[in-house]
Design a protein around this ligand. Structure first.
Ligand code: SF4
Length: 60
């Protein structure tokens, strides 16, 4: 996680996250698990500290 980004907790290093930067400079964390599993919110409330779907992204 770079300095200046919001503290996303687990989402910040999860292989299922897609980070979206808006033109206004905000950063959103989209959980790709939400596309296939209704238990996950598309835009989880950050920081996520506990998550059943979390898998660490390789190489981070
Ligand atoms: S699976 Fe969990 S930790 Fe990973 S992006 Fe979704 S909400 Fe975040």
């Amino acid at each position: 996680m770079d300095m200046g980004e919001p503290d996303a907790g687990l989402c910040g290093q999860c292989r299922y996250v897609k980070v979206i930067a808006s033109q206004k400079g905000s950063v959103f964390y989209l959980c790709k698990k939400s596309e296939t599993d209704g238990r996950f919110e598309k835009y989880p409330r950050l920081p996520v500290r506990v998550c059943e779907g979390y898998e660490r992204e390789e190489g981070v």
